[in-house]
Write a protein that binds this ligand. Structure first.
Ligand code: HEM
Length: 380
């Protein structure tokens, strides 16, 4: 879903107040066709932009109304807090089964062995991606949302489009009660493919990164970690503060100006590409006292981790619940969990949009499921 061609000349808005302003100002637009032309105009190496076809990007995340309304409205009901709450039990089972695979091990990788397989299974279950396909697209999404060279990017895009087109055609022939079938029967194929890509790509990496960086943050505040491990009713407030403090979607998708606009005393000319640094806004000292301090004793829910305005995250309730369930499972199954990887070996992914670690070795591995009393998880 991320689109940030190399060498692109763009504006980055960083303060909380200015980002809130831009999110609600109609002079900052999204329209994929206009944007493609603008990317070329604002990139000294215009060829780079051409390597990315718009096939995956012509979705709700990259278009304003009326296209945005037509694409988002039919999906809203599947992502309300109430609709998502019905998935809690399935999420708990998934978290447990992913932990079962590493139970009893001395160490495991919180990214590759838990956060990714768990969050991929959750979003694929909601969309209706066949179980056996759940590993296939992961590598392509990593390439597309990372900083891959143009040829690797073009190849991954082609593979992703091919895979999703086939899946959408298959869904159209069936009558399953899932989101991909809904997209397949209500949209033409290219639209359904691009919508499916937006939901898939945005729907697992961000949440997986939140679980991992959230745990890493707790490790550096041992008092708060101990409090949370003692009292699981605090999980929702801790997750909210992780969202603010870690901002897994650190830089927005593109917007562009249709006319010149003044932001924080600076004039951004018409025809400029603009990004919003949500992570910076969430640490803005003008907005949050002790902004750099992680403290779930005073969660700051007015953060911008899910963006805002028309394009606010459709998956926010899902992401919150999914992360809460993940922490309940970790606390229950891994009472002594700690990071066992030295800081200097931690590698952050090279992605303009998503902030996350490639690996995080933790231990000891989970207790076997049967050591945990059934149904003992605290509701949140
Ligand atoms: C911790 C997890 C997540 C974070 C931090 C996050 C963050 C965001 C942010 C900041 C935006 C706005 C981008 C912009 O304005 O340029 C956004 C949009 C979006 N997110 Fe999420 N997201 C998360 C999880 C999810 C999940 C689980 C889904 C799956 C359904 C999802 C689907 C989307 C979609 C489709 C959009 C575009 C919405 C629109 O343009 O109307 N996100 N997300």
């Amino acid at each position: 879903m991320a689109y940030l061609p190399p060498n692109l000349h763009a504006w980055v808005v960083t303060s909380y107040e200015d980002i809130e302003f831009v999110l609600r100002d109609p002079r900052f637009c999204k329209s994929i066709d206009e944007a493609m032309a603008l990317f070329r105009a604002n990139s000294p190496d215009g060829e780079q932009a051409r390597e990315r076809s718009s096939l995956l990007y012509d979705n709700m995340a990259n278009n304003d109304p009326p296209a945005h309304t037509a694409l988002r409205k039919p999906l809203n009901s599947a992502f309300t807090a109430r609709a998502v709450a019905t998935k809690r039990e399935a999420m708990e089972e998934l978290a447990d089964s992913v932990l079962d695979a590493v139970a009893g091990r001395e160490t495991f990788d919180l990214v590759q062995d838990f956060a990714f397989p768990y969050s991929i299974s959750v979003i694929c279950g909601m969309l209706g991606v066949p179980r056996e396909d759940r590993g296939t697209f992961h590598a392509w999404v990593q390439t597309i949302t990372g900083d891959a060279a143009a040829t690797a990017l073009a190849r991954a895009t082609e593979q992703m489009v091919g895979y999703l087109s086939k899946l959408i055609r298959h869904k159209r022939e069936g009558d399953a009660d899932d989101i991909l079938t809904q997209l397949a029967v209500s949209l033409d194929e290219p639209q359904a493919v691009a919508q499916a890509y937006a939901l898939l790509a945005a729907g697992y990496e961000t949440t997986a990164n939140l679980i991992v960086t959230g745990f890493l943050t707790l490790e550096s505040t041992p008092e708060q970690k101990a409090r949370l491990w003692r009292d699981r009713s605090l999980v929702p407030t801790a997750v909210e503060e992780m969202l603010r403090h870690q901002s897994p979607f650190n830089l927005s998708l593109y917007r562009y100006t249709t006319e010149s606009a003044e932001v924080g005393g600076v004039t951004i000319p018409a025809g400029s590409v603009v990004f919003l640094a949500f992570a910076a806004a969430n640490r803005d000292p003008e907005r949050f006292t002790d902004a750099d301090t992680f403290d779930f004793g005073q969660p700051r829910r007015e953060h911008l981790a899910f963006g805002g305005g028309l394009h606010n995250c459709i998956g926010k309730h899902l992401a919150r619940l999914e992360t809460e369930v993940a922490f309940h499972a970790l606390i229950e199954r891994c009472p002594d969990l700690r990071v066992v990887m030295p800081r200097e070996r931690m590698e952050w992914k090279a992605s303009p949009t998503f902030r996350g670690l490639r690996n995080l070795t933790v231990g000891p591995g989970p207790l076997p499921a049967r050591s945990c009393a059934p149904g003992k998880r605290a509701a949140s």
